[in-house]
Design a protein around this ligand. Sequence first.
Ligand code: HEC
Ligand code: HEC
Ligand code: HEC
Ligand code: HEC
Length: 167
Amino acid sequence: MIKKRLLTTVIIGVAILFIAAGIYAKIVPDIIELNDPAYAKHKKGIVKFTHGKHQSEYAKEYPEFYKNNCGECHHDKDNKPLTGLKEGDDVEKCIECHKIPSEVPKKLKKEWRKKKISKDEKKKKKMEYHAEAFHENCRGCHKKFNKKYKPKKAPTTCAKCHPKKKK
Ligand code: HEC
Ligand code: HEC
Ligand code: HEC
Ligand code: HEC
C-alpha cells in the first residue's frame, strides 16, 4: 500500500517537472522567429534568431561585447540597458516602442537630407522604425565583432539573416 502511494507520488512529481520544463522553455525559446505581427507583410525571409546562443554561448565567449548582459539588447523606455534582467523575467517586445513596422521609406530619407536635419534628430526619427532598430542592434554589434575578430564573421549581409523566400 505504502509502496503504491510512493510510486504515485514519484510519477506525479516527474510529471510536474516535465510540465514546468515545458513552461520554462516557452518563456525564453532558444530560437525566436522574428515575425512580428505588426507587419502586414514581411518583404524579406523571416529571421530565425538564436537567442539562446547569443545570450549564453556568445556572451561567455566574448564578454567585451556583453558588458550590459541582457541589456545589450533589452532596455527600458529611456533606453537604459536592463542589466539586471534574469531568465524567466518578462520583457517588452521591441515593437512596443519602435512602433513603425518597416525601414525608413526612401522618400523620407531624401526629405531629411534636403532639410539637413541634425544627426541626432535623424537618429531619433530613424529609431521609431522597427526594422531600423533591429538592424542597428544586430548589425551594430556584428560589425564591431568582425573588426576585432577578423577573419571570424558575424553576418552583416541580407541573406545571412533573412533566408531566401520560397516562391
Ligand atoms: C543579442 C541580443 C539579445 C540578448 C543578449 C538577449 N536578448 Fe532576449 N530577446 C532579444 C530579441 C531580439 C527578442 C525578441 C523581441 C521581439 O520579438 O520584439 C528577445 C526576446 C526575449 C524574451 C521574450 C521571449 C519570447 O517568447 O518572445 C525574453 C523573456 C528575453 N528575451 C529574455 C532575455 C534575458 C533574460 C536575457 C539575458 C540573459 C536576454 N534576453 C538577452 C534579444 C536579446
Ligand atoms: C520600453 C521602450 C523600448 C523597448 C521595449 C525597446 N526600446 Fe529600443 N529604444 C527605446 C528608446 C526610448 C530609445 C532611444 C531613442 C532615441 O535615440 O531617441 C531606444 C533606442 C534603441 C536603439 C539605438 C541605441 C543607441 O543607443 O544608439 C536600438 C538599436 C534599439 N533601441 C533597439 C531595440 C531592440 C532590438 C529592442 C527589443 C529587443 C528594443 N530596442 C526595445 C525604447 C525601447
Ligand atoms: C552584443 C553583440 C551581438 C548582438 C546585439 C547580436 N549578435 Fe548575432 N552574433 C554575435 C556574435 C558574437 C556571433 C558569433 C560570431 C562567431 O562566433 O563567428 C553572432 C552570430 C550571429 C549569427 C550566425 C550564427 C548564429 O547563431 O545563427 C546570426 C544569424 C546572428 N548573429 C543574428 C543576429 C540577429 C538577428 C541579431 C539581432 C536581433 C543579432 N545577431 C544581434 C553577436 C551579436
Ligand atoms: C544581422 C541580421 C540582419 C541583417 C544582416 C539584415 N537584416 Fe533585415 N532585419 C533583421 C531583423 C532582426 C529584422 C526585424 C524582424 C522582423 O521582421 O520582425 C529585420 C527587418 C527587415 C525588414 C522589415 C521586415 C520585412 O521583412 O519587411 C526589411 C525590409 C529588411 N530587414 C531588409 C533587409 C535588407 C535589405 C538587408 C541587407 C541590406 C537586411 N535586412 C540585413 C535582421 C537583419
